[in-house]
Write a protein that binds this ligand. Structure first.
Ligand SMILES: Nc1ncnc2c1ncn2[C@@H]1O[C@H](COP(=O)(O)OP(=O)(O)OP(=O)(O)O)[C@@H](O)[C@H]1O
Ligand SMILES: [Mg+2]
Length: 291
């Protein structure tokens, strides 16, 4: 287990940020910690990367407690923080060279990753004139040039347009192919569904559900089907959508009739989205937060 968080608790004064959060990330996987503003995502990441100390519980990287040993352990971890903490008045290259010296890594990897994120031609551009998506990519390159085994990203696509987010997703999937273990936070359900092997739903400092996206969807599926049928045989274009419970005998009879009369257009099973499940579990719609 490359990353393990066990019963983490953290309060800031009277405010509880984490109330017993536990999860594990296996080698080679992408794990998504999903939750709205204030859920405790950044607090979890900061504890895992030794920037904060938990009140109780454990945060382990490579099976070892992080706090107190972060300098050693973080040599094998790349971090993309929530805020772009780059030197705005320096160029991309200068930013990365500065970091390279700290970690004593080679120039080749800088160019290799700049090439990969399509920023090689912008090397001499000052960070202050880059777009948000470009800065995010520079942060990613910075997190990779010392060849980490684990990559931890706090909302890597927040504020990016869909095309930039998509290109970042592709890069993350490539990195996974290369064997890097990834932990990311997000409040974008679709992103997490697409990218992650496992997800954890964080709500008010508690992990309210976790598992593979497909299992979560199965668990929370209410076995519904959507039947499209012709409601009036005379007018074939007149389609009516109806959502029905199949285990209900009335419904069975209704569908049998439709089949008999050849009025069925199509039947689809309806699986909930991760967003539906989140609402079901927390009563809270992430879209209400303006995302
Ligand atoms: N330094 C701090 N001092 C006081 N309270 C804090 C501090 N950091 C976090 N909190 C509180 O802890 C809770 C969790 O915050 P955290 O930043 O971990 O949430 P988050 O899930 O990262 O949210 P966001 O999506 O907005 O980044 C919030 O209630 C927040 O106000
Ligand atoms: Mg945060």
């Amino acid at each position: 287990m490359l990353i393990k968080v066990d019963n983490l608790k953290k309060s800031f004064g009277k405010r509880t940020a984490l109330n017993g959060v536990s999860f594990k990330v296996e080698a080679g996987q992408i794990y998504g910690l999903l939750g709205p503003n204030g859920a405790g995502k950044t607090t979890t990441i900061k504890i895992l990367t030794g920037q904060r100390r938990a009140d109780s519980g454990q945060a382990l990287l490579f099976g070892e407690k992080v706090f107190g040993r972060q300098e050693e352990l973080l040599k094998k971890v790349g971090i993309v923080p929530e805020d772009a903490n780059l030197y705005e008045r320096l160029t991309i290259e200068q930013n990365l060279t500065f970091f390279k010296r700290l970690y004593q890594c080679s120039d080749e990897l800088i160019d290799f990753y700049l090439e990969k994120v399509n920023l090689i031609d912008e090397k001499k551009t000052k960070v202050k004139s880059l777009s948000k998506g470009m800065k995010q990519k520079v942060l990613l390159v910075r997190a990779l040039i010392h060849k980490p085994e684990i990559l931890i990203l706090d909302e890597p696509t927040s504020g990016l347009d869909p095309a930039s987010a998509d290109s970042l997703h592709k890069i993350l999937l490539d990195l996974k192919e290369d064997g890097i273990t990834i932990l990311l936070t997000s409040h974008n359900m679709e992103e997490v569904d697409k990218l992650c092997d496992r997800v954890g739903f964080l709500h008010q400092g508690e992990l309210v559900a976790s598992g593979r996206p497909v299992d979560l969807k199965l668990n929370y599926s209410d076995n519904r089907v959507k039947v499209l049928y012709y409601s009036n045989e005379a007018v074939e274009e007149n389609l009516v959508k109806k959502t029905l419970q199949l285990d209900d005998p009335e419904t069975g009879k209704f569908i049998a009739e439709l089949i008999q009369n050849g009025r069925i257009k199509s039947i689809h099973s309806l699986e909930p989205t991760l967003a539906d499940i989140f609402v079901k579990l927390t009563g809270r719609n992430l879209a209400d937060d303006g995302f």
